[in-house]
Design a binder for this molecule. Structure first.
Ligand code: F6P
Ligand code: MG
Length: 441
């Protein structure tokens, strides 16, 4: 595309993209292979010999994938028929058409990182669906569940906090309500640290009570547009007629602790009347290790509901009711696990774009969503967020993300350079975070 900076890619030796393809991806694949291996007897019990054969097949397909990526082989089309197979293969052809030499093929270290990395997770899914009868096995499920259980103390504290807030909400003054809103937004932001792909699929849970750490973490928020979110939602509340709706859409990221922080925020938005309806978007296939699928969404609500603590369990009961009453709506769309940046959504998934247009505010959780919002390009740090969105403006939106990829826009002049000088890895460790808003003020 003319006028746009080049994409991040594994060609840049030493870059985070390069290290991801070289080290992190093989690590994640090895872990997936190991998980399949450990479930061998379960497959046998369920499916007999057929289950054992399927396990072997899935493992050999994943080993092949690991070898292809490590040796920078050409990227091959998908063979197994699935909802998005044609979309993916067309995209691969498009990548091929961008190469000057017609004999050249898109390759792992050579093609855009966003494409290659999404392709890797789609290939993991292909390996599983090519191996019936274990074709509905989620190789990352165990890690996601472990993250939830290891974060249980912090989840308990957070749910109790929410229930206490619910009982005092009527007595809160405007400013106090705003402070509570900001607290829950920050909890949802730092919840994004608990992503399992950054740690190569190793555990990355929330062990301390996050509420007590918010003040200390404030200096690490590099772009802070929380005030815009408050103005927007409190104005909607003030101007809302009795029957009308304020809809907030949340494009979810990771399951486990992060998902709980998002559900807590969504619950608060309803009982504070800042919103009347919340729409969630999850992934249709296991994705970037810890991303939320419908199974994870229901599983987390169920777990919270069955917690021993009565206020925690109350949260789970309320959440299940919101879903039943249609105050919380969960959406699936294959676009979210595709290779496209979000500026292509209008053409590639017009139905999804139209759905998002119904929101008063869209919250995009996490790093991968940020990469797709900005096209994963080598933008200058000071480029306005609006520009980097490249025409993607379905509704006012905000990225809530901890930084885990070498891309950041909308910074003050010199801010990025200063950080680079003092802390060379500031972009990729998840230590820093942003609330970056785009929309009319
Ligand atoms: O591997 C690429 C990447 O964007 C990382 O930088 C990050 O660790 C991960 O994927 C996804 O992060 P998140 O769960 O926040 O989208
Ligand atoms: Mg994720």
């Amino acid at each position: 595309m003319a006028g746009l900076p080049p994409s991040l890619s594994g060609q840049d030796v030493g870059s985070f993209a390069y290290l991801t393809i070289k080290d992190r991806l093989p690590q994640i694949l090895t872990k997936a292979i190991d998980t399949l291996h450990r479930h061998k007897s379960e497959f046998f019990e369920k499916h007999g010999e057929k289950g054992m054969e399927a396990e072997k097949k899935a493992i050999s397909l994943l080993s092949k994938l690991r070898n292809e990526s490590q040796t920078d082989k050409p990227i091959i089309p998908f063979v197994e028929k699935f909802a998005d197979t044609d979309i993916w293969n067309q995209y691969l052809e498009y990548q091929q058409s961008l190469l000057n030499d017609t004999d050249e093929k898109p390759r792992w270290f050579y093609s855009p990182w966003l494409f290659v990395e999404c392709y890797a997770y789609r290939r993991i899914h292909e390996a599983v669906i090519q191996s019936p009868p274990i074709d509905d096995f989620d190789v990352f499920k165990e890690a996601k569940e472990q993250n939830f259980f290891e974060s249980l103390e912090s989840i308990t504290a957070l749910c109790i906090h929410l229930q206490e807030l619910m009982t005092t909400i009527e007595d809160l003054e405007e400013n106090q309500l705003k402070n509570e809103f900001f607290k829950l937004l920050q909890i949802s932001l730092w919840g994004n640290k608990c992503d399992l792909s950054l740690s190569g699929g190793e555990t990355s849970s929330q062990k301390t009570n996050i509420i007590n750490t918010l003040e200390d973490l404030k200096p690490f928020i590099l772009v802070n547009d929380m005030e815009h979110l408050w103005s927007l939602l409190s104005n909607c509340k003030k101007t809302r007629e009795k029957v009308s709706v304020t809809r907030v859409d949340i494009v979810l990221d990771n399951s486990g602790f992060e998902l709980v922080t998002d559900l807590v925020l969504a619950d608060f938005l309803l009982f504070s009347n800042l919103a009347t309806e919340i729409h969630f978007y999850g992934k249709m296939i296991p994705w970037f290790v810890s991303d939320t699928t419908i199974h994870d969404f229901n599983w987390v609500i169920e777990q919270v509901k069955h917690c021993d603590h009565k206020w925690v369990s109350k949260c789970g009961v309320d959440w299940e009711n919101y879903v039943k009453m249609g105050k919380w709506v969960y959406h699936d769309h294959i676009f979210w696990t595709g290779p496209h940046e979000f500026c292509a959504m209008f053409h590639v998934a017009p139905d999804l774009y139209a759905e998002l247009q119904k929101a008063h505010l869209i919250l995009f959780k996490g790093d991968l969503n940020y990469r797709k919002l900005t096209g994963d390009r080598k933008w200058e740090f000071t480029v306005p967020f609006h520009r980097a969105l490249n025409g993607f403006h379905p509704a006012p939106l905000c990225s809530i993300r901890t930084l885990k990829a070498e891309i950041q826009v909308g910074l003050r002049p010199g801010q990025g350079e200063q950080l680079t000088a003092s802390e060379p890895n500031w972009l990729t460790t998840g230590k820093y975070g942003i609330f970056q808003f785009d929309g009319p003020l």
